[in-house]
Design a protein around this ligand. Sequence first.
Ligand SMILES: Nc1ncnc2c1ncn2[C@@H]1O[C@H](COP(=O)(O)OP(=O)(O)O)[C@@H](O)[C@H]1O
Ligand SMILES: [Mg+2]
Length: 309
Amino acid sequence: MNSISIQNLTKTYAGGTEALKGVNLEVASGDFCALLGANGAGKTTIIGILTGLVNKTSGSVRIFDYDIDQNHSKAKKVIGVVPQEMNFNIFERVEDIVVNQAGYFGIDRTTAFAEAEKNLKQLRLWDRRHEIARNLSGGMKRRLMIARALVNKPKLLILDEPTAGVDVELRHSMWEFLGELNGQGVTILLTTHYLEEVEQLCRQAAIIKDGQIIANDRVKNLVKLVAKETYIVHVDEIRSLEKIRGYNPVVIDENTFEVELSKEERLNEFIAYLSQLGMMVTDFRPKGNRIEKLFLNILNSKTEAGIGA
Ligand SMILES: Nc1ncnc2c1ncn2[C@@H]1O[C@H](COP(=O)(O)OP(=O)(O)O)[C@@H](O)[C@H]1O
Ligand SMILES: [Mg+2]
């Protein structure tokens, strides 16, 4: 069964912006799917429609067995959502924010308190439960939004850029937590513009650009499209340049050049080779934005195949 089936979905906002231009997307039950795209691509609009906050212009959407037009409230009950913007009352107490959310789902208070306790403990917020949300750090506020989203034990958890502006440590602990939830059978859809996040977490990724899905595949297949990467290499001094000609280096200045390498193993190999040649590597880093490269590669491969563009 699919947890999400979207067909020919369009959305034109009141001002005339065509945010979605015929989106088709299926996410299998139990899967962990990313919706990957740049700012303004249409990710939040899709999530808004899935969660009933935005009215679609045309097309159909099913959440498990429920069509969102015919079975709106049933669809809502199986979804947990962590929105892009924090939308709780910052003057409410942490525990109340979770418990009151349960009220919207008609969950009784006793169950709600028990569930809130479990979720706040899991998300390391139990010690702060009596404080008002305003006192929490940014990372804690994010975790509170997750605790709140889980209060109805959703079968489908949707997170809109959960790690935007989050520090590395929290990002990793959040990934771990989401991985565990998914392991327990919760289907997860998250939006992101971090390719790294998709590689670490997700099995499937749909790539959205200007309101259209331009690729939808297993992550391992998508990542192959960016197997090559350009690195900027800084050395103490460029020596024996002719010996690295085979790598097609592009020299920037006397200490800096760029090379395109295919895999991490080759990067290590390359650095070892440079030191053999007497060049001390003082710094190296990937040049461009990998996600941009992925987009370009997808668009190019489509143009070559005569499909898109
Ligand atoms: N409420 C709105 N009214 C008008 N235009 C909107 C609204 N929300 C989003 N848009 C526009 O729709 C497009 C897609 O936005 P959005 O779904 O928020 O993208 P993303 O989440 O991928 O950054 C953008 O051009 C954005 O400006
Ligand atoms: Mg967004």
